[in-house]
Design a protein around this ligand. Structure first.
Ligand SMILES: [Zn+2]
Ligand SMILES: [Zn+2]
Length: 133
């Protein structure tokens, strides 16, 4: 765990700071995507909001994490694993309300009419997750 965090920080030439380490360990420990609220709840009292926002933004810029929009109104974040670099499917469980990355499930190619250039795609499936089924 410590090792994984060090590895990520080193690879991205980021210094070890408490906020970075805390956020990465939350993401590494979570099997599902987590929201800013989840993160702030876990960090508890006394953390600096703007530091958390800045950290999440810089992680996203560097491709360490990606934002997942699951239609719940807020953005959730998940670690971008090596195998998840390609556009992959996300899955929202109707029962536990968690949203999971399915890094091995790539988004199938979609044909668009002439003149429409796809730059980004996302696909959200919903149903029952493996923990709930
Ligand atoms: Zn579930
Ligand atoms: Zn994902």
């Amino acid at each position: 765990m410590e090792k994984a965090i060090d590895h990520i920080l080193k690879n991205n030439r980021l210094k070890r700071t408490t906020t970075r380490i805390d956020i990465l360990s939350l993401l590494l420990n979570s099997s599902h995507a987590i929201s800013y609220n989840d993160i702030s709840e876990e960090l508890g009292e006394g953390f600096d909001k703007s530091t958390v926002y800045r950290t999440l933004n810089s992680f996203e810029d560097k491709g360490i994490i990606h934002a997942v929009n699951d239609g719940s109104g807020g953005v959730k974040y998940a670690l971008t694993l090596q195998e998840g670099k390609a556009a992959h499917v996300h899955f929202k469980c109707d029962n536990c309300d968690q949203t999971y990355c399915l890094p091995d499930t790539e988004i199938p190619g979609v044909h668009t009419p002439k003149g429409f250039v796809v730059k980004k795609s996302s696909l959200l499936l919903s149903g029952i997750c493996e923990n709930c089924s």
